[in-house]
Design a binder for this molecule. Structure first.
Ligand code: GDP
Length: 195
């Protein structure tokens, strides 16, 4: 994808009306600190356009980035931050559910998992929940630069097993430091969901 222009067009909180967009949407989910903002910035060729959260887990909004007036990258609020209250968790769930159910343009959901660690109970819950909403999430294994090359296959296997992935699910290793995986993600999005 050649990025010509980007624009944070809509920020939706719990009480906001979700936008009725006319371009395809690709959404990104993941626990806070997994590297979601870094991924979205890398996809947009920016250093810090997407929020880098000062207080992780506090930003409960869905952010819609218009790319080239062609499509949207949709940043879903992160989960799994310990200091969030029960009430905030419920609000978070309702907001995401409303979006996954309600968007007419949502084409795919990418779920980010830190390649270093076995998926958490929250990750597994999120995966199962996205599947239950009728999507087959694509997995992005983040922070690839943090493990040795010889360990990659082992960690990818642990991610697949930990989430109990539907056979054939795509898993793309990614690093926002080296940008490895960036072109593969864009190629996949363009081939599968655009044009
Ligand atoms: P978010 O909360 O999911 O949006 O995560 P951020 O993108 O804000 O990243 C959380 C932390 O992980 C930051 O300190 C980033 O610099 C770091 N980080 C994110 N992606 C990578 C990566 O691919 N490699 C390394 N080494 N660090 C990363």
């Amino acid at each position: 994808m050649i990025i010509k222009n980007i624009n944070l067009e809509t920020v939706c909180g719990i009480t906001s009306k979700l936008p009725d967009n006319s371009y395809p949407e690709i959404a990104f989910a993941g626990k806070s600190n997994v590297g979601k903002s870094s991924l979205i910035n890398a996809l947009m060729n920016r250093k810090s356009y997407a929020r880098i959260s000062a207080t992780p887990g506090k930003t409960q909004t869905i952010n819609f980035y218009n790319i080239n007036d062609e499509m949207y990258l949709v940043d879903l609020p992160g989960y799994g931050y310990a200091k969030v209250s029960e009430q905030e968790k419920i609000r978070w769930g309702k907001l995401i559910e409303r979006y996954l159910h309600g968007s007419k343009q949502l084409k795919a959901v990418f779920l980010l998992i830190d390649i270093r660690h076995d998926p958490s109970a929250n990750d597994k819950m999120m995966y199962d929940w996205i599947v239950a909403q009728g999507f087959e999430p694509i997995i992005i294994a983040t922070k690839l630069d943090k493990i040795k090359r010889s360990q990659v296959a082992k960690h990818l296997k642990a991610v697949k097993q930990g989430l109990g992935l539907i056979p054939g699910t795509k898993v793309i290793p990614f690093s926002s430091v080296t940008k490895q995986g960036r072109d593969e993600i864009w190629e996949f999005v363009e081939t599968e969901y655009l044009g």
